[in-house]
Design a protein around this ligand. Sequence first.
Ligand code: DC
Length: 224
Amino acid sequence: MKIALDGPSGAGKSSLARAIADKLQIVYVDTGALYRSIGLFMRSRDIDPKDAQAVEACLPEVDLRLAHENGEQHIYLCGKDVGDSIRTPEMSMYASAVSAIPAVRAFLLDTQRSIAQKTSVIMDGRDIGTVILPDAEVKIFLTASVEARARRRVLELAEKGIAATYEEVLADMIERDKNDSTRKTAPAIPAEDAVFLDNSDLTFAETVERALAIVVEKTTKIRR
Ligand code: DC
């Protein structure tokens, strides 16, 4: 089974994907972490993430490995687990910038597709339903108002010990939404056959319940 979960930053895709993966006993793939890791590599080389030529020239040196250990995703960049170092607001902006570069997207395509060929997955990202897994049985586009998303992101960052104000996070989110949805290659837009799930006014438990109902509905239709 392949489940594509797309939507803007901070809609709660990763928590939802984790809960569904757990419930259905399938693998969760967080594709944003791959773009973040490429961003981290570029920063370690002092490369401007918006400089497409420089980023592309460096890609052959990026040694990226995706692993699943005890149900958790780990990314090894040049042999070292990136851990939470990719979760800072700075790395969010780096990821957004490198993700607009076609060569970066092409570089990550096989990594993402090959894992879905080997096992049942729920994959979260921006172009999973449109580009990476267009044949996914279930496609969900998870969204929420930008204010609700910014409020949640501030709490998430605080839990990780990363201080950021609501205003800063909101401004970053508006900028990232714009970058991600207007870029030329694989813009973050819903697939035609995606089911919309707006969770601005839903609790996490309600969001999980609705998403599972979508999975059941889509998969029973296929089996019929
Ligand atoms: O989901 P996230 O916030 O960790 O993603 C980081 C950035 O990577 C985000 O700005 C958009 C980009 N991204 C993408 O372009 N395609 C994906 N499949 C996943 C993330």
